[in-house]
Design a protein around this ligand. Structure first.
Ligand SMILES: *[C@@H]1O[C@H](CO)[C@@H](O)[C@H](O)[C@H]1NC(C)=O
Ligand SMILES: *[C@@H]1O[C@H](CO)[C@@H](O)[C@H](O)[C@H]1NC(C)=O
Ligand SMILES: *[C@@H]1O[C@H](CO)[C@@H](O)[C@H](O)[C@H]1NC(C)=O
Ligand SMILES: *[C@@H]1O[C@H](CO)[C@@H](O)[C@H](O)[C@H]1NC(C)=O
Ligand SMILES: *[C@@H]1O[C@H](CO)[C@@H](O)[C@H](O)[C@H]1NC(C)=O
Length: 298
């Protein structure tokens, strides 16, 4: 009896871990994005975020940034909101590419970011009718997803999900390499398997190497609710230039691929974290609106 009651929870854990790691950046990627976000939230925005977080979060946004993956099958309608696909081309347009399988417009990651941003802007106003706790958890997750290049990939291969590859010796698919495997290998090779060291390294670049780029990251030219269409354009561009490049069915990916791609992955985590903070600041902190014209409602 003792051994069975030991094994069952472990089996359950293994099964639930392998399910949750098949979509979005993996749990760890989303955690890192939101940890970076927490650092850059204004006081007012932090107050609103903490107010909206569910009790299980313990006051920490990063604790619930994978919630959207957990409800993906319970809320079936939300599944297409994690990504967008193009018809095999390296540019993104909302009209052509942002819809679900039934072609309902805006049912993609870009529409979702605009949707949950608009919902959160009703915070503090008389009952909006939306569950803003869910709006916040969705927004935090989708801002991560849209920065994973292959979440804006080709329809035919489902953003790399149907491209089987080996990651060093292990069988997986290309989408999973970008969600999980590259992060795991970087953690092992460079960061002593400690996510805090990886997060700190990324943060050091935000204040150092990349400091001059931050204003560009935080703004965009489009007159839309958010800069999400631009993030999607960046992702499909990176998918073509890096993620899909030199990869075919059954390719074995090793050091050549890893060393030329992981800096892209780290920069996307940084951009997602910083941009989510800027967006939440603009939503919850009126004094931030004037600083970030790119994030205002047109
Ligand atoms: C916080 O928001 C209030 C209005 O809701 C504003 O008066 C105040 O200046 C803001 N605080 C900061 C530090 O921006
Ligand atoms: C907007 O949010 C509502 C509430 O979660 C949801 O029912 C609807 O499908 C969402 N639409 C988009 C485009 O995200
Ligand atoms: C809002 O959503 C959260 C997460 O799904 C849930 O726990 C909570 O009960 C909901 N609140 C209301 C008032 O329905
Ligand atoms: C920091 O930036 C440098 C230069 O762009 C890059 O080579 C390095 O991979 C980055 N490190 C992290 C952790 O992002
Ligand atoms: C890829 O490998 C699988 C077996 O792992 C095989 O069934 C399939 O035919 C191969 N595909 C190509 C295009 O080589």
């Amino acid at each position: 009896m003792g051994s069975i009651s030991c094994v069952l929870p472990i089996l359950f854990l293994v099964v639930s871990l392998s399910i949750s790691s098949t979509d979005g950046w993996g749990k760890l990627g989303h955690f890192m994005v939101c940890k970076i976000t927490e650092k850059y939230l204004s006081e007012n925005a932090t107050r609103a975020v903490v107010d909206l977080l569910p009790p299980v979060a313990g006051g920490e946004l990063a604790a619930v940034c994978s919630w959207a993956d957990e409800v993906r099958f319970r809320y079936r309608w939300s599944s297409p909101l994690h990504y967008a696909n193009t018809p095999g081309v390296c540019d993104f347009t909302v009209k052509r590419d942002c819809h679900n399988a039934k072609r309902t417009q805006n049912m993609c990651v870009v529409g979702a970011i605009n949707n949950y941003t608009a919902q959160l802007r009703t915070y503090g106003k008389s009952s909006s009718g939306y569950n803003l706790t869910e709006s916040l958890m969705f927004l935090a997750h989708f801002m991560g997803d849209i920065h994973q290049p292959l979440h804006v990939g080709f329809l035919d291969d489902e953003g790399g999900n149907t491209i089987l590859v080996r990651w060093y010796r292990r069988k997986t698919n290309l989408h999973h390499v970008w969600d999980v495997s590259m992060i795991e290998t970087a953690m092992k090779d460079f960061y002593n398997k400690d996510e805090n060291i990886m997060i700190e390294s990324i943060e050091r670049n935000i204040t150092g190497n990349w400091a001059d780029d931050i204003v560009d990251w935080e703004t965009c030219n489009r007159k839309t609710v958010t800069c999400a269409p631009q993030y999607a354009s960046e992702s499909i561009d990176l998918s073509c230039k890096y993620a899909y490049k030199d990869v075919e069915q059954n390719t074995t990916l090793t050091d050549d691929y890893f060393f030329s791609r992981y800096p892209i992955m780290e920069k996307r985590i940084a951009q997602a974290g910083l941009r989510l903070a800027t967006l939440l600041n603009s939503i919850f902190d009126p004094s931030f609106n004037s600083i970030n014209p790119g994030l205002q409602i047109a």
